[in-house]
Design a protein around this ligand. Structure first.
Ligand code: G6P
Length: 612
């Protein structure tokens, strides 16, 4: 949550900072602000989005070659101008931006108040910048040392950047539990919460580790140390990020673009890892651990949100194909439940951003009990892949729309590859079936391409149901997670209450809600429990519910019953989630557009949830 950008060098900072904020806006959009040194340390901040900030500063001549900028997802203090970042120190010599939560801010604040400091905002962040200045004054140390001392007093998570009016060529940044990337230019430096604002300026980056502080000065070498004062050698990596992936590319929204990217993103997630002709599934990132995985008595999948839904599909796949028992856990519950874990356990942590705080904390817990942690992440270099023992990137490319789409199908694809590989190693799958499934998986991108062709038809449906107040999504087997994901997408971006349910469980509760006003989306593809789902549809019809059915091309039985039918291409039951999710993503998208909701930046949500 919260996006951070910083720049120091010879270029004008403002355009770099404002563009960076636009790139990071998916992280939070309650308020935005910029601090720039132009002789004086100037600050511009406002409630609202980055565009509001741009309006706010329009006409002002903002100059300076060093600055910091922030887009906020409020934690402490409501989203308003005062609570917006950056925050000044009391003397206004320093400005600081922060992502994360200072958990002991109340006691630190109390101490500072007793020493006559007056706070202007309700944020935990202001406490930190006051504390840094206090240490500088009290102990007579330079800023970088004061930051280090202050961070040793802080409990919680942070990614911070600080600038000082008295040292206008220096940026100081530090992180713990919140991501931070430093970009190295010719004689300049870029700092950001993720690489998206940096990619257009440099390909050389350093990902900070927890409890590291970096001090960068225009034209000078980076100084990297830990908050315990241990000097470290920066590890410079090549950034592989395609700039076109950061643009809407002619689409009205990032979400729509990302939905349409799925034939390619699914292909990218198995490219080089799957060769049907040779009967090969190869996941280089986990090869050292695959023996252990195959022998595991159980696998525990931990994730949040959409990634958790992908995990559920993973459960079906691993159990079906590789006969390994799987538990799928919400990271936020798992970590507080005193789970029974041991050294034989394999944990698969799934996360698009690689930064979700609850997932990270669950990983730490499992690691402390000796479990082996395998990651499935999308953002290269993010915190989770750097914490796990091994892992596989999904390679779906940057996902900017807050509602996850292509990351989900990429996660499911990687889970499928893992399950197939385990099945092959364990001999739990017949050779002919294994080969058939590999060929089928290779054909999924073209089937997704075909599934996207229902877009116009979905638009019509969206028109009919734009103002529905509730939606029910039903599915069984592999289609149950699809139902959950369809409902989540609708909730997230159109603010319509929607529930996903196992179709057969409907009769234990949700059936009471069904009447003429209740659209019921049933994923009724032709494999698995098809006949049972047809019975469930009949139960809904008998109560006048309106059925929108997702069926396999050529279906007849459901067509007779359903009010509206959307066809998806035929595929093996195991791969149905990859095609059946597509129309549900489109349905939520079009309904949200018709309701005039902000599709890419739905209210209250953030793409990367770095608070617990
Ligand atoms: C947030 C996002 C969701 C995402 C979830 C987990 O809630 O809005 O789209 O599914 O976090 O995020 P992760 O990055 O761990 O997959």
């Amino acid at each position: 949550m919260c996006g951070i950008v910083g720049y120091v060098g010879s270029k004008q900072a403002y355009p770099i900072l404002i563009n960076g904020l636009y790139r990071l806006e998916y992280r939070g959009y309650d308020s935005a602000g910029i601090a720039i040194i132009d002789g004086d340390l100037k600050m511009y901040k406002t409630k609202g989005k980055v565009a509001d900030l741009e309006n706010f500063v329009s006409g002002k001549d903002i100059k300076g070659t060093i600055g910091i900028a922030h887009t906020r997802w409020a934690t402490h203090g409501e989203p308003n101008d005062v609570n917006a970042h950056p925050h000044y120190s009391e003397s206004k010599q320093l400005a600081l931006i922060h992502n994360g939560i200072i958990e002991n801010y109340a006691s630190l604040k109390e101490e500072l108040i007793q020493r006559n400091y007056t706070f202007k905002s309700e944020t935990d962040t202001e406490v930190l910048v006051y504390l840094i200045e206090d240490i500088m004054e009290k102990e007579g140390v330079p800023l970088e040392e004061a930051v280090r001392i202050a961070l040793n007093q802080v409990i919680g998570a942070y990614a911070i950047v600080v600038i000082s009016k008295n040292d206008p060529d220096m940026l100081i940044a530090a992180r713990k539990g919140s991501p931070m990337v430093v970009g190295i230019g010719d004689d300049d430096f870029y700092i950001a919460s993720d690489a998206t604002p940096i990619a257009e300026y440099t390909k050389e980056v350093i990902y900070l580790d927890d409890e590291e502080i970096v001090c960068v000065r225009k034209g000078e070498k980076i100084i990297l140390k830990t908050i315990k004062n241990k000097v470290k050698t920066p590890y410079i990596q090549k950034l592989e990020m395609n700039l076109t992936a950061l643009e809407k590319g002619g689409f009205e929204h990032f979400m729509l673009k990302e939905i349409y990217e799925q034939p390619t993103s699914i292909l990218d997630s198995f490219r080089g890892r799957l060769d049907a002709k040779k009967g090969l599934v190869k996941l280089g990132g986990i090869s050292d651990y695959e023996q252990k995985m195959a022998k595991a008595k159980r696998i525990i999948i931990i994730a949040c949100g959409t990634s958790w839904h992908a995990g559920l599909v993973g459960e079906y796949l691993f159990e079906d194909l590789a006969r390994i028992p799987v538990e799928v856990e919400y990271a936020s519950e798992f970590r507080y439940r005193n789970p029974v874990l041991n050294e034989d356990d394999i944990i698969i942590a799934i996360s698009q951003s690689g930064e979700t705080a609850d997932t990270l904390a669950a990983i730490q817990l499992a690691k402390s009990k000796g479990a082996t942690i395998i990651g499935i992440c999308n953002v290269v270099g993010s915190s989770i892949p750097r914490t796990t023992h091994a892992g596989t990137y999904t390679h779906a490319g940057p996902e900017i729309g807050v509602a996850s789409t292509k990351a989900f199908t990429a996660q499911v694809t990687v889970l499928t590859l893992m399950a197939l590989r385990m099945a092959q190693m364990k001999g739990t799958i017949e050779k002919s079936k294994f080969h058939h499934l590999l060929y089928e998986l290779e054909s999924i991108p073209s089937k997704v391409e075909e599934a996207l062709k229902v877009d116009e038809q979905i638009k019509e449906l969206a028109r009919i149901f734009t103002f529905a107040r509730n939606f029910l999504y039903l599915g069984r087997g592999y289609n149950f997670p699809v139902a959950l994901e369809g409902a989540l997408k609708l909730k997230e971006i159109s603010y319509i209450h929607a529930e996903g349910y196992p179709a057969a469980e409907m009769k234990h509760g949700p059936i009471a809600l069904i009447d003429r006003e209740m659209p019921v989306v049933v994923i009724a593809t032709n494999k698995g429990t098809y006949d049972k789902v047809v019975s469930n549809i009949q139960e809904v019809k008998a109560r006048n519910g309106r059925i929108i059915a997702i069926v396999t091309k050529g279906d007849t039985a459901v067509k007779e019953l359903a009010d509206y039918v959307i066809e998806v291409p035929e595929t093996d039951e195991l791969f149905v989630p990859l095609v059946a999710t597509i129309p549900l993503q489109l349905l939520s998208y079009h309904i949200a557009v018709m309701r005039e909701c902000n599709v890419d930046q739905p209210r209250n949500l953030a793409k990367s949830v770095t608070v617990e």
